[in-house]
Design a protein around this ligand. Structure first.
Ligand code: GDR
Length: 355
């Protein structure tokens, strides 16, 4: 069957109110798609991401309250809108939370994927609808100095990573055994001004701005020396779209290829507001703290370490994105410094206009 031209396509995005969902919806609306966005409670959702989307997508963006676990609603929606593309961005996406809610995480981030793939088949769309799963580098699990690619061993070590591996394997199964166009983007950390406040980058940029404005005293963090491979979410959702435009479906690692510590991220965020800090106390532990080293706040402790934010296990990996670069022509262009600056500037503008 011929795939309609881009400007006449319909896409379904689960998790549309999140960071990635809103960027992807914007991208697709810009390309002329009709977008059906699913969110657990779209009607009462006051997400700022959705508010700006509704203005951009008037007449071509439709929001539905629908849980990826609710087979009947998902099936009936798919039958009704018959999308050419389905992007699954719905998940319990907090790694730390997955230790407290392992069953919920397995259900939403693992079985939810099976449910969607099954619903596509049941709606009679298995041969025509293309499916993207937002998988995670957490499926690799073990700390490794060598960059990881699509073929690296998968040994997830967190409840979140294990749930994501189930989703990843389901995608592989429906692709290989059922012939579906289904693929997983194995995503490394990706951030933006739309990032949720409980993820470390946004927690840092918001706190740094509040400290600068005198609205907050201190930022309390966990492992400062944990390393992450951070990129810009807007560039990663573009790669998701590219993945569904190929002749042959395949999985791709999406990352920056550069590891940076939480400590360095903190330093960059403070630098953006004109404050510089030095560190005192044990090199990586609860006694370690960050102190302002010049200007009016000189000598003030602004960063402390709290055991509550430490993880039982840290998997530190860096991405090898050769396959995405070669086969999809994808390149990331925003440096981490630019990303930090964008996030800090956004939070400064928000804080300055807040009453
Ligand atoms: P992560 O992102 O768990 O990698 O998962 P998060 O921003 O939560 O943590 C990144 C690193 O920062 C360390 N850290 C802290 N983390 C939080 N949240 N709060 C703190 O106070 C803090 N202090 C230190 C963590 O230990 C960790 O090393 C994200 C999610 O988006 C997943 O859904 C996605 O799959 C992966 O990235 C790739």
């Amino acid at each position: 069957m011929t795939v309609p031209s881009v400007e006449r396509r319909t896409a379904v995005i689960t998790g549309v109110s999140g960071q990635d969902g809103s960027y992807l919806a914007e991208l697709l609306l810009d390309k002329g798609y009709i977008v059906h966005g699913l969110s657990r409670n779209a009607a009462s959702c006051s997400s700022p991401n959705l508010a700006s989307l509704m203005a951009v997508g008037a007449g071509r963006l439709f929001l539905h309250s629908c849980d990826v676990m609710d087979h009947t609603s998902v099936c009936s929606l798919l039958r009704r809108v018959r999308p050419q593309e389905v992007y699954n961005l719905a998940a319990q996406s907090h790694v730390a939370m997955s230790y407290k809610q392992p069953e919920l995480t397995a259900a939403v981030s693992g079985l939810g994927v099976v449910n969607l793939l099954e619903a596509i088949q049941e709606a009679g769309l298995g041969d025509t609808t293309r499916f993207f799963e937002a998988s995670s580098c957490e499926i690799f699990g073990r700390a490794s100095r060598a960059p990881v690619d699509e073929n690296s061993a998968k040994h997830p070590q967190t409840p979140y990573g294990k749930a994501k591996l189930l989703g990843y394997l389901a995608v592989k199964h429906y692709r290989e055994a059922c012939g579906m166009y289904a693929c997983s983007g194995i995503l490394f950390n990706h951030e933006s001004p739309r990032r949720g406040k409980s993820f470390v980058t946004r927690k840092i940029t918001m706190a740094v701005v509040n400290i600068k404005l005198g609205k907050e005293e201190r930022l309390s963090l966990g492992n400062l020396d944990a390393q992450r491979d951070w990129g810009h979410a807007r560039e990663y959702v573009y790669c998701m779209w590219l993945m569904l435009q190929q002749q042959i479906p395949a999985d791709y690692v999406i990352g920056s290829g550069v590891n940076t510590s939480v400590r360095q991220f903190v330093e960059m965020a403070f630098e953006r507001v004109g404050m510089s800090i030095w560190w005192e106390g044990s090199s990586n532990g609860v006694g370690n703290h960050g102190i302002i080293n010049r200007g009016s706040h000189m000598g003030k402790t602004v960063v402390t370490v709290c055991i509550d934010f430490f993880r039982p296990i840290e998997g530190e990996m860096v991405a090898d994105t050769s396959k995405a670069c070669t086969e999809l022509g994808w390149q990331r262009t925003t440096s981490l410094r630019q990303l930090v600056n964008e996030m800090v500037d956004h939070d400064m503008a928000l804080a300055s206009t807040a009453v």
